[in-house]
Design a protein around this ligand. Structure first.
Ligand SMILES: [Zn+2]
Ligand SMILES: [Zn+2]
Ligand SMILES: [Zn+2]
Length: 316
């Protein structure tokens, strides 16, 4: 069992630049491009989108469900400012553009994060995890089924606290179906068994294929599902594991070691902004000049009347 590692269930989607529909992001696709499940377009995806979304997931994992969250400080309370203290799930919405390598890349990701533990599909009991270098191995305490998952090699640069991912696309204990362009049918793809090289027949919607020659099964990569007519248009839940305090917590604790610019994370939770300095308008200027003049005039008139009452009229 892994201590101090905590899981969240996420589901994510982005808006396709070509067809405008929402397309699911069912795994940690950190290679710089994503594929639309509706129209098949492979499009650039901003690294900052993943950075912000993963920090949001880490913040929910760390802070949701209680005032002080998972890593309470002995002398600092964040309860009054914790944006996730009253929720067990939260959604992160992106908009606008990010500039990366001189290109404007739209940011349209929506990521929903919920506090939850991964469970065995068959038995419904919480899974146990073991960390083996860059891999996490899950095992079910009831049926003993084991599975291994590996984070993408660059995942740490996107989210320093991320230690595990759990979804089919990241499994390392299952072979991946070989995909190539079909020589006979232009535009189509041909699938072959990674073990024996035999041709595979796939029914629409199938993710895992069993070879009819050698009986070994392999998994079809998510990015080729659209071309087989089996891509899911709705997001499927998957899992992320984090350890340590989130950046958002350190921001709430005003950690001086933290860079001042934390992007949208700080924008989300910046509760109090210093009041802006007001610019002087012509009306303000007029008031500044006219008010003393008016006062002088009133004082003068009063003086005049008082002197007149006393019979001491001064010739004007
Ligand atoms: Zn599309
Ligand atoms: Zn089980
Ligand atoms: Zn085979």
């Amino acid at each position: 069992m892994l201590r101090c590692v905590y899981w969240v269930r996420v589901s994510a989607e982005f808006q396709c630049r070509a067809c405008g529909h929402a397309s699911p992001l069912n795994y940690l696709d950190l290679d710089g491009s994503v594929c639309c499940a509706r129209c098949g377009l492979d499009q650039a995806f901003a690294a900052s989108s993943w950075r912000e979304a993963l920090e949001h997931a880490h913040a929910v994992a760390d802070l949701a469900g209680s005032a002080e969250g998972r890593h309470p400080s002995a002398w600092l309370s964040i309860g009054s400012e914790n944006p996730f203290k009253d929720v067990t799930s939260a959604a992160h919405h992106q908009s606008g553009f990010a500039v990366e390598r001189g290109m404007q890349v739209p940011q349209s990701m929506v990521l929903t994060t919920a506090l939850a533990e991964p469970q065995c599909e068959g038995c419904g009991v919480p899974l146990a995890f073991q960390r083996l270098g860059p891999e996490l191995r899950s095992s079910c305490p009831r049926c003993s089924q084991t599975r291994s998952y590996r984070l993408p090699p660059n995942a740490q640069s996107f989210a320093p606290g991320l230690v595990g991912v759990m979804t089919e696309e990241h499994r390392t204990d299952q072979a991946i179906t070989r995909v190539a362009d079909d020589r006979e049918k232009p535009g189509a793809i041909a699938l072959t068994c990674p073990t024996c090289g035999g041709g595979l027949q796939v029914a629409a919607g199938e993710r895992v294929v069993t070879c009819e020659y050698c009986r070994k099964s392999s998994r079809i990569p998510e990015k080729t599902l659209f071309r087989l007519g089996g891509a899911s248009p709705t997001p499927e839940p998957w899992w992320l594991a984090f350890e340590g305090p989130s950046k958002t917590r350190r921001l709430l604790e005003r950690d001086p070691a933290l860079p001042a610019d934390l992007g949208t994370v700080s924008a989300d939770i910046q509760a109090v902004q210093s009041p802006k300095k007001k610019k002087l308008t012509p009306l303000d200027l007029a008031l500044v000049v006219m008010l003393p003049l008016f006062c002088l005039l009133v004082a003068g008139a009063l003086d005049y009347f008082v002197l007149q009452e006393l019979g001491l009229v001064i010739p004007l």
